[in-house]
Design a protein around this ligand. Sequence first.
Ligand SMILES: [Zn+2]
Length: 244
Amino acid sequence: MNGRTLMISIYTDDAGTSWDDHSSDDAEMMFDTLDNLRISTDYLTKQAARYGCDARFICDWVKNTDLYYEATFSESLVTEFGDYYEVQKNWIEQNIDIDTLRSKYRADNVIYLFFFNTPFSNQVNPWYLGYSCSPEYYVEFCNIYVRFDDVYITKPPSYAHEIMHCFGAHDLYYANEFIPQQYVDYLDKTDSNDIMYTVYDSKDIGNEFTDLDAYYVGLIDECAEVDRWNLAKSEHITEQQTFG
Ligand SMILES: [Zn+2]
C-alpha cells in the first residue's frame, strides 16, 4: 500500500442499472461515492503512517477530471464476482490510457472502481477481484453496488475493506485458501473488530486495521499471527523471495 495510488472511478450502466445525468438524486449519490472514497483513503493513509509508511491516494475526480469515466455494458454486471471479469478487464484496457495517467500522476499503483447505481432490492454486496484472489486476475478492480440488501448504502468502511483487498488483504470472516477455519473461529470468539472481518454501516470507520492487515498489504514483513495460526504468507513477501 506504500506510495502513490491512483483511483479511477468508472460510473457504469449495465443491462439492469444506470446513472441518469439529469437526475439530481443520481448526482448526489455520485458525490457521495467520492466523499466515501476520500474518507476511506484518509483512513488508510493514517493507518499506514502508524507503521511509518507513506500511502497516498489520488481519487478526487472533481479536481482531476481525467480520473472520471463513464461506461456502458449490455451484460448484467450486478452479479457475484468473477462472472464478467474478462468483459470489465477488456473495457479497462481499451478505454483507459493508463500509462499516460500513471506517469502524469507519478503513480505506483492503480485501482479501478466500477460504481453501479443499484436499487435497495439488489442483493449482491460490493466485491473485489484481483491478484490476491489469483495471479490470473492481474487487472484489479472493485464493483461497488451503491445500494444493497434492502436497506444499505455502501459506506466508507466497505470501501476501505475493498481497497485493502487490492493490496493483498484477505477476507477473515470465512475460511478460504489463505485463512483456516480455526482463525475465523478465534476472531468470532474474541469479537474481532478487524476491518477484513467485519465492517460497520457508518460514515466513520471504527474498525481496526490490525498488524495482520498491515502485513498483507505490504507495510510490514512479519506478523506473529501468521505462524501461530498457519495463515498464508503475504503476496508481498512471496514476490520478494521469488525475484530476490
Ligand atoms: Zn472482502
